[in-house]
Design a protein around this ligand. Sequence first.
Ligand code: MN
Length: 135
Amino acid sequence: MLGDESARSAPKRILIVEDNDLNMRLLNDVLEAHGYAILKASHGEVALDLARRCHPDLILMDIQLPDISGLEATRRLKHDAATRDIPVIAVTAFAMSGDERRTRDSGCDAYIAKPIMLREFLAMVEKFLGGPVEC
Ligand code: MN
């Protein structure tokens, strides 16, 4: 069926939640170059709305955001039946001990520290999405 064919070849969609323009551009460009479709939010509340409406395949969640924190946004995502199955990777500048624990306590599925090492980052994304290209 045509519908099945297009569904199979549709790019995986990643919601990037990041309030820093340069970080957003970096993540966007790297992921687009690897075949992913990108949704963007610079505020936690916007991210929650986008996640509910668009149900992306993966969410990259900055922790420090202008409104609610990425931890709080993740808590809400994981308490909402419509969004709790979406994997969330926390992206944080804090390299403090206990940070990974806090992100996991909030419901994040994984954690990556800034500055982002691209190879490690892409490997983690692919682990959750099964790779950008499915033949
Ligand atoms: Mn931030």
